[in-house]
Unconditional design. Structure first.
Lengths: 157, 415
């Protein structure tokens, strides 16, 4: 087992594996769980997962590098993902991304020094009717303006 | 007023709770299908309904189910496509959030008809809250005996598993979706074989979109004929249009299949914001080739849109006004495709990233004379040369912009 994984998570892993007709199908859900627990997936976690599923570590590596939500380094406490796809851009996403960039002092892809915020631009979040929009961790925020962004960030601890 | 069958009760408070759903005759169709109908009968009804897939390709649902071999010993699977990654599309989120039991009913009907005992709902990773809502609804359905060992007290058993994606557009493509559930990177498979014969875990598999399945309760309750009469003869029922961009009232609109694009934009979504002029419309998600402002008197019919060299796709309508530069549209589309190409086929992997680099250079004011020719050549070389339709879609979307807005792009290069 990888250090740092809670008892609860270990039990959850067993539960997930039991749910599937074929064990390998549980790899992605398990990796998602590990990511949620540890914040990111490092080589240790990859090796652990490979052993758990009895596959070569490179197979797990392939998966981790394929899916964008399986980040390989620590993100900020709040991961701000601003949609930069078409409907959001038509509604002014670019200026908001620049605004956030300035406000936080980081470029998209960066994390603030205090590790509080990571800023990313992402493809369509499936909430285009509320364009421009963003997601902070798993919370959606739409119809954004500068004032609204100030307000949202002010309320984050 | 047009009849609504998917969004009808969206205004009802707590519709997502099973007790509320049951009060609205919920689960009556699934009960009827499982207890009173033969699988063959259900199949005939769904075939006669001419329900075409709502995920993008528009394949008739009944025909797809009929492809599943009957006399195999292997288990069969249903994979519900809730990946909703096509930019501009958000209708499935509404269905799952507001009316998850409608989808579950559709899943029971489809599974019973085809002889499936395990269904997966593959939901995009970002829809964490929606996935939780689905899980809650599934737990309620189990507790009521509508899922699990004895569905409605019959001998039929059905397990439903919510499987979350992890951020990859390509996993919406049906074979990539299967790879992803199998615990692999989402690389599309070569077809044939089609999922109906060799699908998930090499077993016969039905892949259907959320909206497609959510139509089943209505078809079982009211019959194929009534369903057909709601829309087009060869594409029955209604469609949920996701409308976004520069319209006054963006949102979902459930309307008869075949309604005109102009009517959707101007009568339903309120027209263009701030009295601006319409410049262009993307009628079926970002993969659908663009239409110019004077091309919107078209009926939203799979076949007519193909004739117009575009695509109905996921029925996601993106409205572009005169203030939006077409070079920005091209930049966003090429950024998207170069990012989301899975990398398996060279024309798509290399073509998209080169086109993207050229477009970015033009955007920086460093356009060169032969850029247009190069973009067209690279895009043409993707079409028809890739395993899955992503390469075709990217190529066609880019070529159409180049063709219809050549002058504007040229002026961006010259200045
Ligand atoms: C690149 C690509 C992405 C796709 N994304 C989705 C998607 O997000 N949701 C969906 O339902 N279908 C998507 N499809 C279509 C599926 O491959 C498949 O046709 C559909 O799920 C079948 O269901 P239906 O017949 O009920 O429409 C996509 C196809 C391609 C080529
Ligand atoms: S384009 Fe931003 S959410 Fe769809």
């Amino acid at each position: 087992m990888i250090p740092g994984l809670s008892e609860k998570a270990k039990n959850k892993i067993k539960e997930i594996i039991a749910r599937y007709p074929q064990k390998q199908a549980a790899i992605l859900p398990v990796l998602r769980l590990v990511k949620e627990e540890l914040g990111f997936i490092d080589h240790e976690a990859e090796k652990f997962t490979a052993a758990l599923f009895d596959v070569h570590p490179i197979r797990v590596r392939e998966i981790v590098t394929f899916y964008s939500m399986l980040n390989q380094s620590q993100l900020g406490k709040y991961h701000i993902q601003v949609c930069s796809n078409l409907s959001c851009s038509i509604m002014g996403a670019q200026t908001l991304i620049e605004y956030l960039s300035q406000k936080l002092g980081i470029k998209p892809g960066g994390t603030t020094k205090d590790k509080k915020f990571t800023l990313s631009t992402v493809e369509c979040l499936g909430a285009c009717e509320k364009a421009p929009c963003m997601m902070i961790n798993f919370e959606y925020y739409g119809n954004l303006t500068r004032e609204k962004i100030d307000d949202i960030l002010n309320r984050l601890e | 007023m047009t009849e609504k069958l998917l969004t009808k009760h969206f205004g009802t408070e707590n519709l997502f709770r099973i007790d509320v759903y049951l009060k609205l005759n919920g689960y009556q169709s699934a009960r009827k299908a499982v207890l009173e109908m033969m699988p063959e009968e259900i199949l005939n009804e769904v075939k006669a309904a001419n329900l075409r897939g709502r995920g993008g390709a528009g394949f008739p649902a009944g025909v797809k189910w009929a492809f599943i071999p009957k006399d195999v010993q292997k288990p069969k699977y249903l994979c519900v496509n809730a990946d909703e990654g096509e930019p501009g599309t958000f209708k499935d989120r509404y269905i799952m959030n507001h009316n998850p039991h409608l989808l579950l009913e559709g899943i029971i009907i489809a599974s019973f008809c085809v002889g499936i005992n395990t269904a997966f709902i593959y939901i995009r990773g970002e829809y964490e809250m929606v996935a939780k809502r689905l899980e809650q609804a599934i737990a309620e359905a189990y507790a009521n005996g509508f899922l699990g060992k004895k569905v409605f007290g019959s001998d039929f058993h059905l397990e439903v598993i919510v499987h979350r994606g992890a951020g990859a557009y390509i996993c919406g493509e049906e074979t990539a979706l299967l790879e992803s559930i199998e615990g692999k990177p989402g690389n599309p498979r070569l077809k044939p074989p089609f999922p109906a014969s060799i699908g998930l875990f090499k077993c016969p598999t039905v892949v259907n979109n959320v909206e497609t399945l959510s139509n089943m309760p209505f078809i079982i309750a009211f019959g194929a004929e009534k369903f057909r009469r709601l829309g087009l003869q060869n594409d029955g029922g209604t469609r949920i249009f996701s409308v976004s961009g520069k319209v006054k009232e963006p949102g979902i609109y459930e309307l008869p299949t075949g309604i005109s694009l102009r009517e959707i934009i101007f009568n339903h979504a309120g027209g263009i914001q701030e009295g601006k002029r319409l410049k262009a419309v993307i009628p079926g998600g970002i993969s659908a080739p663009i239409l110019k402002a004077d091309e919107i008197d078209i009926h939203m019919d799979f076949d007519l849109l193909i004739e117009a060299k575009s695509m109905l796709g996921s029925a996601a309508i993106i409205v572009i006004d005169e203030d939006t530069s077409i070079l920005d549209v091209l930049k966003i589309i090429t950024t998207f495709y170069s990012h989301e190409s899975c990398g398996k086929c060279s024309p798509c992997r290399i073509g998209n990233s080169w086109i993207h680099k050229i477009v970015m250079r033009i955007k920086e004011g460093k356009g060169e004379k032969d850029d247009i020719e190069n973009i067209i050549r690279l895009a043409s070389n993707m079409v028809g040369k890739t395993l899955c339709p992503l390469g075709d879609a990217a190529g066609m979307a880019i070529l159409t912009i180049m063709e219809k807005f050549m002058k504007e792009i040229e002026s961006c290069i010259e200045n």
